[in-house]
Structure formats: structure tokens, C-alpha cells
Design a protein around this ligand. Sequence first.
Ligand code: SAH
Length: 220
Amino acid sequence: MSEEFARERHQMVERQIRARGVSDPRLLTAMRDLPRHLFVPESLRPAAYGDHPLPIGSGQTISQPYIVAVMTELLDLEPGDRVLEIGTGSGYQAAILGRMAHEVWSIERLPEIADLARQNLARVGVENVHVVAANGTLGLHEHAPFDAIIITAGTPSVPRPLFDQLADGGRLVAPVGGRELQFLVVYTRRGDEIIHRSWGAVCFVPLIGRHGWEEHRRVV
Ligand code: SAH
């Protein structure tokens, strides 16, 4: 079975990721190595290498493999970097970041999902990712500044505390826009200035809380 998963993983990297222009060799190796099927509910393992997001419980999702690849490549990581992720979910994106950088802090709002991510990360032997159950829109002041910050939930705008915790030269990638559809935006800090460019449209579950969205959609 694990050989079959390895074959599917290879195909995932070739057809969904490399074929669409992602070329960072360290990233491709990490995605070829990391057993994504161990980050999805057991009943969904046969679909783990499909070209789509999957539900992980509590109304949350593990992102499409291609989007994980694109966001990671946009972060332009160096092996010595310290990274902050907002929205741990399954822990899969955090594990990929852990392979590419020195140390990763990942914040998850739902305690049961944070526990799930910790279990998933321990199962695959990732030791440089720290999962914190908290409201991520405030960042993690005590571990700042970060060389890279990634928000893996849709937000109307980037929470101010996260820009404040970005190192000089640091990159922040976030899906910014409406509740249903966002644009992936890369921000780079140059001294006191933040420059940005947009990658394209994406669709993420909402970032909840102050600086994000209200928990429940208002009925109008
Ligand atoms: N990166 C994940 C997918 C993220 S799904 C993966 O690789 O599987 C988005 C996650 O963001 C959800 O688990 C959701 O609970 C979490 N989230 C939403 N608002 C948040 C907030 N304010 N702080 C931290 N996590 C938040």
C-alpha cells in the first residue's frame, strides 16, 4: 500500500506541480517525500494525492497540493529561515515548511485541529514545527521577527500585527479578498516599506477573528 502511495505522490509532483511550472528542487523533493495521505482522515486516504483540497473535520480543509507548492515557492525560503504559519489545519503545509526552513511556528485557532496536526506531524517525524493553539491574527510576538509568514486562510486584509512581525527582507504570502474568493498576494518588507504583487485567484476557508472574518456568516 505504501508503495502505491509513493507512486501516486510521484505522479502528483510531476503532473500537478512540476508540469504547472513549480521548479524549486528542494520543494519538489519535500513533496515527493512527505506522506500526504497521513494528513487526511483515514477514509479519504485513497483521495489524498488528488488535485483538490479535502475535508479534515470541524469544517476545515487541507489545501490542494498545487496551492501548497505555489505558496511555499512564493515564500522563497532559505534553509536557515524562521517561519510563521497562520492556520495549521492538518499540519501538511507546516511539515513542508519544516523541510525547507530551520524552524516553523504554526498557529491554529481550533484546539481539536491543533491536536490533530501535532499527531500528524509526530507520526511523520517532523520535529522543527511548533503548533500553538491560539488566534493567529495576532501573530507570535515572542518569537518575532520571522523571515517568512504564510496565512493559509482567506482574509479581508493582512492583520497589522503580522506585518509588524516580518523581518527586513521577509516575505508574507496570504489569500486576500472576499469570503468566497481571494487573490494570493506576496508582500516583501524593504525597511519601513512593504511592496506587494498578486499571483492569482484562490479559494480558502475564512480566517476567523479580529482582523479576519466573523465566525458565522450573517444571513441577509
Ligand atoms: N495549512 C492547512 C490548511 C489550512 S485550513 C493545511 O496544510 O492543512 C485553515 C485553517 O485556519 C483552519 O484549520 C482554521 O481553523 C484555521 N484558522 C481560521 N482562523 C484562524 C485564526 N484566526 N488563527 C489561527 N487559525 C485560524
